[in-house]
Design a protein around this ligand. Structure first.
Ligand code: JFZ
Length: 565
């Protein structure tokens, strides 16, 4: 009897906690809804580093602009002369917000305090802030928060919680370079970082807190910050707090993960030139084509694009940035339906572009417009109709042949950067291919395999589409090969590779023609995100041939081939 009661009691407790877990998940979904629909946001790196703008005492300091103090080993007392020169009288919050909206962006994240420790808001925790230390005396975070509220766009704050180069005890990547920086980090956290996080949360009600660089963070330190977030259940945070906490977002920086980050919310943050904070000598601007295609690529993999501008010390967003953002906005005005609130593509790879889906609509974003007007998609669903997104009266004929649906497009591309075709499907679009990645789960043979009692370095691990498992050679190898057998001749048009440890210094991708290996492409470093498209070849066997590598054991996590039939 007693036993039964205990069982019943346990069951009830289990049910309650299960309910609570479900509820928490629900809440989390709700909290992320706007963010997932947004797909495109503006990052702003703005601070007193815009005064030197990459140049110190007449000498260009290498690296990103907001790191000038660290890279130039500038003493605290010298850096602390900058606020007196920071008077951005041309700053206009309403104009910046309007610019973001016209670019089609749905949220803004701005640096409230970067690693240099300077607060862009009125702070009582430190006088090293824009109101108390500059002739400008205006709280630009407050002005932007209000402008965002007024214009109906979400507002987020970047806060450097661990690194702080102007408050004693703050962490510094590479270590302190000025003895005045020495101090107790816990004291810094208790007296500067925590009070400032409290200030920004209560004064500006941000939708996002964007932590950065968890240098010297521990679980205990990170927990102090998390405690401050408790009164704000709708607040979204990223994965850079430290202490082993994941937050709500993964934050790939300056790249797009090749296959997205399944099961996670993620946001690729990228610069428009090569710096986050303004550098007067950096004019390496990305083209509008690159920006629009990045946005599409990211959306097709289920992520968000946080694109950065670095305003000047006068309070101006550089004109080349503004021009490009306008052009992205113009494209989105026509094609936004194919970006906002969409989900990732159901196809592993499309040689001519990308795809997104929303309910029963499949959007095809064509980068390489076919000269004969024909493209095909491995679509399983029946089709209701198909048309140009920019002009729905232009209908597109579709024909099903085997696994593929062929589309006959107008001969001229409606858009040079990306033409969007809508395919209305019965049900949500699905791939017709049984194995969308032809190399998945096939046979692999390697020149050598490092011994492990659980066989953890087996060559087949490169074919499991899982970057947590690898093939590794024996440590002395400075050359190696890895052969894939697809079991039947297959048309292959692209390859993805992921190498850990960076040992390879020369390699080629080859296919077997009769008894000879023919080179498809060559390269030096593979890296973790290697992806290349090539003129399709039909073969049964392919290989990665490493002709030079540093010893220690070459480690490949993934090797994937993609159809181009
Ligand atoms: C960080 C900052 O240091 C930088 O100034 C900028 O704010 C950027 C958005 O974020 O930069 C990083 C963070 C992490 C890595 C590299 C740069 N990383 O993990 O390699």
């Amino acid at each position: 009897m007693k036993n039964k009661l205990v069982k019943l009691f346990t069951l009830i407790i289990l049910l309650i906690s299960f309910q609570q877990a479900l509820h928490a998940q629900d809440e989390n979904h709700k909290k992320m809804d706007w963010w997932k629909e947004a797909r495109f946001g503006l990052f702003i790196h703005w601070g007193i580093y815009a005064v030197p703008a990459g140049v110190w005492n007449g000498i260009e300091v290498p690296g990103i602009g907001e790191w000038i103090m660290n890279k130039g080993k500038i003493p605290m007392t010298d850096y602390q002369k900058l606020p007196a020169q920071f008077n951005p009288i041309k700053f206009n919050a309403a104009e910046w917000v309007q610019m973001a909206k016209e670019a089609g962006m749905k949220y803004i994240v701005i640096t409230s305090k970067h690693h240099d420790g300077f607060a862009m808001f009125k702070s009582n925790a430190s006088s090293f802030n824009i109101v108390d230390a500059t002739p400008f005396k205006r709280d630009i975070i407050k002005e932007l928060a209000e402008a965002c509220q007024k214009q109906g766009i979400k507002f987020g704050l970047y806060y450097s919680q661990a690194q702080d180069w102007n408050h004693p005890g703050g962490a510094a990547n590479g270590g302190h370079w000025d003895s005045a920086q020495n101090g107790n980090m816990d004291k810094y956290i208790d007296e500067i970082a925590i009070p400032q996080v409290k200030e920004i949360l209560s004064a500006y009600n941000p939708a996002i807190i964007w932590w950065d660089t968890p240098t010297d963070m521990s679980k205990e330190r990170a927990t102090k910050f998390l405690n401050e977030l408790k009164p704000y259940p709708n607040l979204i945070t990223n994965n850079r707090l430290g202490g082993g906490f994941e937050g709500d977002l993964e934050t790939p920086e300056q790249y797009i993960p090749a296959t997205g980050i399944p099961g996670k919310n993620w946001e690729s943050c990228m610069t428009l030139n090569n710096t986050w904070g303004y550098k007067r000598n950096d004019s390496n601007w990305k083209s509008t084509q690159v920006l629009i295609r990045n946005l599409i690529d990211i959306a097709s993999k289920g992520g968000n694009y946080l694109l950065n501008v670095g305003p000047t010390a006068e309070g101006i967003i550089p004109l080349p940035s503004v021009e490009r953002l306008k052009e992205v906005g113009a494209w989105l005005k026509v094609n936004g339906e194919a970006i906002y609130a969409t989900k990732a593509s159901p196809f592993a790879y499309l040689p001519w572009g990308r795809a997104t889906i929303k309910n029963n609509k499949l959007y095809l974003h064509i980068f390489d417009y076919p000269s004969n007007g024909k493209i095909k998609i491995p679509l399983a669903n029946d089709i209701v109709k198909s048309y140009l997104l920019s002009n729905p009266s232009v209908l597109i004929t579709t024909t099903k042949v085997g696994n593929y649906v062929w589309l006959t497009l107008p001969l001229n591309a409606p858009d040079k950067i990306a033409s969007v075709i809508v395919v209305e499907t019965k049900g949500e679009a699905r791939s017709s291919l049984v194995s969308p990645i032809p190399s998945f789960g096939k046979q692999a043979m390697a020149s050598s395999t490092q011994f492990d009692k659980d066989d953890k370095w087996n060559a087949k691990n490169v074919l499991d589409n899982n970057n947590k498992t690898s093939w590794k050679t024996i440590e002395t190898d400075t050359t190696a090969w890895l052969n894939l057998n697809l079991m039947e001749a297959t048309n292959i048009g692209a390859i993805a590779l992921n190498e850990a440890g960076g040992r390879t210094t020369q390699f080629s991708i080859e296919y077997k023609d009769g008894n000879t290996w023919v080179t498809i492409l060559t390269g030096e470093h593979i890296g973790s995100r290697f992806f290349k498209q090539f003129t399709p070849v039909k073969a049964k066997e392919f290989r990665l041939n490493i002709s030079k590598a540093k010893p220690g054991g070459i480690e490949i996590k993934d090797f994937q081939l993609f159809y181009d039939e």
